[in-house]
Design a binder for this molecule. Structure first.
Ligand SMILES: [Zn+2]
Length: 430
């Protein structure tokens, strides 16, 4: 598996200076192991310098923050977001009658920036955007890099590569339609040219568009292989939208790094086995499937199909676990701040809370190819941490309550949280 390329880390790469020790922490390290109480986490220059029992004194030069037994975990990672689809989000304002219409095309960047600020406040320290209207997400990422706003680290694919298909009419400027092997290579190169951190391909149709049947595969084997091999050759990772099994099989056979949705995979244990063996990650996006199944805004056919998809996705969650497939949390929404909804949905669907929390942290980091930088509380990694007033293992819902998100650290810097006020000892380093 490839690791992510450097540009992802260029977005807002400020780091805290000096050493800080969080003491009396109950540390969930992101792997799924039980939390360790009475633990000290020493941060130095934005990275985790040491994790040890409180009985060992922190280094002399470290400022100390006693977190009072609170739960400390890696920052949440939303591995499947569509930040630019703001008009479908819960924060969508409805203009009153007679008001100037909401010109999303001009204002989208502002709404994306607002979402990123909210997401960081909720402990989401990394987001992977898997398809945007035009270049707006790439632009906001650049704005973050140069200090216009603070948000989660952001990995983006630019436009989604899709064969010529109905979806491109539904999501204008979100798809880069490509047909044939040369065009597939070109389309991948175009995303890299635009600043993408990875490339996304529609291997099957999307069941949020009535004319897109998820079967058969939307691409040929040659097209899929051309896109994946060119993207990998250049050192970038590939995410594949996978619904129907024919396209999912092509994607896995071509070596994609992440399978998005993949809800029918329970019917093909061989494919789950292959995905696990090659180190691929499944991003089940259960919340979105639930939304299609339960929301009357969709056509009756899509809702009926959606209910079947929910059943299938739940069966696939269990089967993927059985086959040892890595899972990542992907909310599949413009609401990056509510990403933990997906974590709760995975728990409701039967995933043990510790595994869901691992999916939301180390699993996401693995999906994004940045597990050697974030996603676990391990010496040497960047100090993206969340301190929580409560126990998300007992009640994952605390992750959706702002007053329980006590402190969010990104690169060791306190950036948000209920306690962000001048008494936090190192806030003066900003
Ligand atoms: Zn999606």
């Amino acid at each position: 598996m490839l690791t992510a390329r450097l540009p992802a880390f260029l977005a807002d790469h400020r780091r805290a200076d000096g050493a800080v020790a969080l003491t009396d922490a109950r540390v969930f390290d992101g792997t799924g192991s039980p939390p360790r109480p009475h633990t000290t986490v020493v941060l130095r220059d934005g990275r985790i310098a040491a994790v040890h029992n409180d009985s060992t004194a922190p280094p002399d030069d470290a400022r100390t923050l006693d977190v009072g037994g609170r739960f400390v975990m890696p920052g949440l990672i939303d591995a499947h977001a569509h930040l630019s689809m703001v008009q479908h989000g819960s924060h969508h304002p409805t203009p009153p009658r007679g008001a100037e219409p909401l010109a999303y095309d001009q204002l989208r960047g502002h709404f994306v920036a607002d979402t990123l600020r909210r997401a960081l406040r909720m402990g989401v320290t990394t987001i992977r955007d898997v398809g945007a209207y035009g270049d707006v997400v790439l632009q906001v990422r650049q704005a973050m890099r140069y200090g216009a706003l603070r948000g989660p680290r952001l990995l983006a694919c630019g436009r989604i590569v899709s064969p010529t298909a109905p979806g491109a009419r539904f999501f204008p400027h979100m798809y880069r339609e490509a047909d044939g092997v040369d065009d597939m290579r070109r389309s991948a190169r175009e995303q890299i040219r635009a600043g993408a951190d990875f490339v996304k391909i529609m291997s099957t149709g999307a069941r949020s568009v009535e004319l897109e049947d998820p079967n058969p595969a939307q691409v040929t084997q040659d097209e899929m292989h051309a896109l994946v091999s060119e993207t990998h050759r250049q050192g970038y990772r590939v995410a594949a939208h996978c619904e129907g099994l024919a396209g999912t099989e092509l994607a896995i056979a071509s070596g994609v790094d992440t399978v998005e949705h993949g809800m029918y995979l329970n019917q093909r244990p061989d494919l789950l086995g292959a995905l696990a063996a090659q180190g691929g990650v499944l991003v089940p996006t259960l919340s979105f499937l639930h939304r299609v199944a339960g929301d009357e805004v969709w056509t009756a056919e899509l809702t009926t199909q959606g209910r079947y998809n929910v059943e299938q996705a739940h069966a696939t969650l269990a089967a993927a676990r059985q086959h040892g497939v890595r899972l990542a949390m992907g909310f599949d929404s413009p609401d990056g701040d509510l990403a933990a909804t997906e974590l709760c949905t995975m728990v409701d669907a039967g995933l043990p809370a510790a595994e869901a929390l691992a999916a939301a942290t180390s699993g996401g980091a693995t999906a994004l190819g940045i597990a050697d930088e974030v996603g676990t509380v391990v010496e040497g990694l960047l100090a993206d941490l969340v301190v929580i007033d409560g126990d998300p293992l007992a009640d994952p819902g605390v992750l959706l309550r702002p007053e329980r998100i006590w402190l969010v650290l990104r690169n060791g810097e306190p950036t948000a949280g209920a306690v962000m006020d001048p008494q936090v000892p190192w806030s003066s380093t900003r």
